[in-house]
Design a protein around this ligand. Structure first.
Ligand SMILES: Cc1cc2nc3c(=O)[nH]c(=O)nc-3n(C[C@H](O)[C@H](O)[C@H](O)COP(=O)(O)OP(=O)(O)OC[C@H]3O[C@@H](n4cnc5c(N)ncnc54)[C@H](O)[C@@H]3O)c2cc1C
Length: 483
């Protein structure tokens, strides 16, 4: 066995041996000639046999608040190997692991998987939640319905490279997401297409007629500077008032006039009968759900997953050679310029004793209702179950104790972000990746692409001598931390 492999085997066994029996077992390991990975597999098998008897509960059985305080029951040596446990003593993070990854969402998981499997780097992945997957996490609720607890996550992409990469960890359930808008007491096809136009007219029509009518309705705005101007320039005031104005106000608590054009420009307007909500070539959900896909991504001997661990609790004690940070950027720098503005969401779940409750996976509510949309994700997951769960989504102001969901796409927020981004660019040995760390709304495929790009950059830097664009910080205690 090579020297580094032997050293790794030693420290791996020593760290996990606390009692006499464990130490004896560790000594046997140290004197064995098996490769560490083989040993680890053997012991994990033993662990899965014994774990129901001895282990701390898997982290997924704990509430987030229990995460950092939950006692780590003394367990046999081999049991400790099997589960990612919430860790009460952050300083016991494995010092042999050289990359610390904050966040087990798409950004963190992709980087952990690539660094572990392609560069043989040992990564500790922490997340302050008690599950993997970040906002894309899914789970079964009390009635057994598979739900998306952080809002519906419709996977779609035009990139065959992203599909190919994620397909290593999941099969797919193809789906076409269909959305309706409920206004004036009835459901309308949405996004606006020829069918919507026919609903408005109350008779059959053609793409030519729709095009000609929209040409009359459109406001003559050549370069729209905000979201109101974008929609007025595409469909005119009638359809803007009907589908966009109030919905956007509820969502952002800002007038569309005060939001970037990109907010409303995302929604297509079609003069054909394509009534799909999204236009990307590939639209599907992971066949066994997102959580299963993430677990497979992170299931690697070089990855040490610790759930229920907040970076803020360990940053002054843990050590790392490189940090991948996917949490909120302002939080990383101690909010020194003030908090970055976000919108948050509050979800109200209702389980109903029938197969389906509404005619589409998503119904938008652009009227005076306090919620913006109702989602019945069962339409998309294809789950066969005689009950259903709908989720009403209420936008809300962000503040302490709430989840930061949507960065505000407006000039004032962008200016504040630019100040934090300048600090991030100067931070040595740290990769800021993902939607919170870059303060940008990214779809899942864009987040995967960003993480893969950062992996490429790190690989080039580390494997090419003299190309170190960001020097390793050494130990965190030697650095100046923000107040
Ligand atoms: C309501 C909503 C709906 C969406 N719907 C879609 C959709 O339909 N399709 C689509 O493609 N995209 C969708 N997205 C975007 C998608 O959620 C993101 O692209 C993706 O989740 C980004 O992954 P991430 O890893 O950057 O962030 P996240 O998924 O947010 O993961 C970051 C992780 O870091 C952890 N973390 C943060 N700070 C700390 C800390 N201090 N210590 C430890 N852990 C920490 C968090 O707990 C979190 O788990 C949606 C987003 C939202 C908000």
């Amino acid at each position: 066995m090579s020297k580094p492999a032997e050293r790794r085997k030693f420290s791996w066994a020593r760290q996990r041996s606390s009692g006499v029996a464990e130490r004896l077992l560790a000594n046997r390991i140290l004197s064995s000639s098996l490769r560490p990975r083989t040993l680890r597999n053997l012991l994990n098998r033993a662990a899965s046999f014994f774990s129901p008897l001895y282990c701390t509960p898997p982290a997924t059985h704990l509430k987030p608040s229990q995460g950092s305080n939950a006692p780590l029951t003394k367990a046999p040596f081999f049991c400790i190997l099997s589960f990612p446990t919430p860790h009460p003593e952050p300083h016991t993070l494995n010092p042999e692991f050289d990359i610390l990854i904050v966040g087990a969402g798409f950004a963190g998981a992709v980087l952990a998987e690539r660094l572990a499997s392609r560069l043989d780097r040992r990564c500790t992945v922490i997340d302050r939640r008690d599950h993997v997957g970040g906002n894309a996490f899914d789970r079964r609720d009390g009635a057994g319905v598979l739900i998306h607890p952080y809002g519906p996550h419709y996977f779609r992409t035009n990139s065959s490279r992203i599909v190919e990469y994620l397909s290593r960890f999941t099969d797919w359930h193809p789906v076409e997401y269909r959305v309706l808008s409920y206004a004036g007491g009835r459901h309308w096809q949405f996004p606006i297409n020829l069918n919507t136009f026919e609903q408005l007219l109350g008779r059959p029509s053609t793409p030519e007629e729709m095009e000609a009518t929209l040409a009359q309705w459109r406001a003559p705005i050549e370069n729209p500077k905000n979201s109101e101007e974008v929609i007025l320039s595409k469909v005119g005031p009638r359809l803007y008032e009907m589908f966009f104005k109030n919905y956007t106000r509820k969502q952002w608590r800002r007038d569309p006039k005060d939001l970037d054009p990109s907010v409303c420009a995302r929604i297509p307007i079609r003069t054909n009968r394509d009534d799909r909500y999204l236009s990307e070539k590939f639209q599907a959900l992971p066949k066994d759900g997102y959580a299963a896909m993430f677990r497979r991504m992170l299931d690697h001997p070089n990855i040490d997953l610790r759930l229920g661990v907040d970076f803020r609790d360990i940053r002054n004690t843990a050590k790392w050679k490189h940090l991948v940070y996917t949490g909120p950027l302002d939080e990383y720098f101690g909010h020194r310029f003030g908090p970055l503005p976000y919108r948050t969401l509050h979800f109200e779940l209702e389980t109903l004793p029938r197969e389906f409750s509404q005619p589409a996976v998503q119904v938008n509510y652009p009227g005076d209702e306090p919620f913006t949309r109702v989602v019945e994700i069962k339409h998309a997951t294809g789950q066969k179950i005689p009950v259903t769960t709908i989720v009403r989504e209420y936008p809300d102001d962000y503040g302490p104790g709430k989840e930061p969901y949507y960065p505000i796409p407006a000039p004032d927020a962008r200016a504040l972000h630019a100040r934090y981004a300048a600090l991030a660019a100067r931070e040595p040995g740290t990769s800021f990746v993902g939607r919170l760390a870059t303060y940008r709304y990214h779809n899942m495929d864009q987040t995967v692409a960003m993480a893969l790009a950062e992996f490429g950059r790190l690989r080039a830097t580390w494997l090419t001598p003299g190309l170190s664009s960001r020097p390793s910080p050494g130990h965190p205690e030697k650095r100046e931390w923000p107040a």
